[in-house]
Design a binder for this molecule. Structure first.
Ligand code: CAA
Length: 240
């Protein structure tokens, strides 16, 4: 029996690497994207993985999207909450919109997706939820009160839901990536990024595939005793 996995933000960056690795390992994967149809179509053409368009920030869209995936692929066993955005700015220049949109997508998206799948997982007595947090949710980051708050929230959310799911066969874990070579990190000003990379003991940015390996470990049927944990994959930048 192949398990069904939803990966949000699943057609680009870290999410694309997760979708591909799960697909290679025999999972039925639904990769969710918010808006970049061109990249999503290219991803599907390259990998054969189905892409679905909805906003994780919208609860009703998540509920409808999960129903569609279940019609196409079957009941959802695994959710990887990877979708995330940045709107970096120091607090004194940050608009309320920059704050809210990051909270709604990065943290609200985690609630919306988990809420949409939790009843089915409870009924079936099995679930694997992996939430992608961040080193910047653990340690904070200059220019990211919105992002750090949302990612930090994800780590608390993970531990709370892990307690609720444990008796029903549902594990809930987080991965806290460091700086990974993706479009998101490429958008950091070059002079700032140079200083960040200089502080990574491994001496380079991470690769999306290195995060995907962690997800693969956590979603396995055999990982039933791992719950409420955070796996930091950051090249030694922050030892937490
Ligand atoms: N610590 C201390 N001071 C800092 C600093 C830091 N980390 N970064 C910048 N500053 C200082 C600058 O040196 C500068 O000081 P001076 O004026 O005295 O020279 C001052 O702050 C203003 O800096 P900027 O000119 O950069 O200000 P800005 O308003 O144009 O931009 C910013 C501010 C938007 C925060 C910009 O610095 C930035 O984009 N930083 C990157 C933030 C970052 O790391 N984001 C991570 C994105 S990737 C991601 O989030 C994925 C993940 O999970 C890891």
């Amino acid at each position: 029996m192949s398990r069904v996995a939803i990966v949000t933000g699943g057609t680009r960056g870290i999410g694309a690497a997760i979708s591909k690795l799960l697909h290679q390992n025999g999972y039925k994967v639904a990769a969710v994207y918010a808006g970049n149809k061109e990249r999503a179509d290219a991803f599907t053409a390259e990998t054969g993985i189905r892409a679905y368009q909805w906003s994780v920030a919208d609860y009703d869209e998540c509920v409808a999207g999960v129903k569609q995936v279940e019609r196409d692929l079957g009941p959802v066993d695994i959710v990887v909450n990877n979708a995330g955005i940045t709107r970096d700015s120091t607090l004194h220049k940050m608009s309320s919109e920059q704050w809210q949109t990051v909270i709604d997508t990065n943290l609200g998206g985690c609630f919306n997706m988990c809420r949409a799948v939790i009843d089915g997982m409870r009924e079936r007595g099995f679930g694997r939820i992996v939430n992608i947090g961040s080193i910047n949710g653990q340690a904070g980051q200059y220019g990211q009160v919105n992002y750090a708050a949302a990612k930090s929230g994800i780590h608390g959310f993970t531990k709370a839901l892990a307690q609720e799911g444990a008796a029903r066969g549902i594990t809930v874990n987080a991965i806290a990536p460091g700086y990974i070579d993706t479009d998101m990190v490429a958008a950091v000003p070059a002079n700032v990024l140079e200083k960040i990379v200089a502080k990574i003991p491994v001496g380079r940015l991470g690769r999306a595939e290195e995060i995907a390996r962690g997800v693969q470990f956590l979603v396995a049927d055999e990982a039933g005793f791992v719950t409420g944990s955070t796996l930091s994959i950051n090249g030694g930048q922050h030892m937490y």
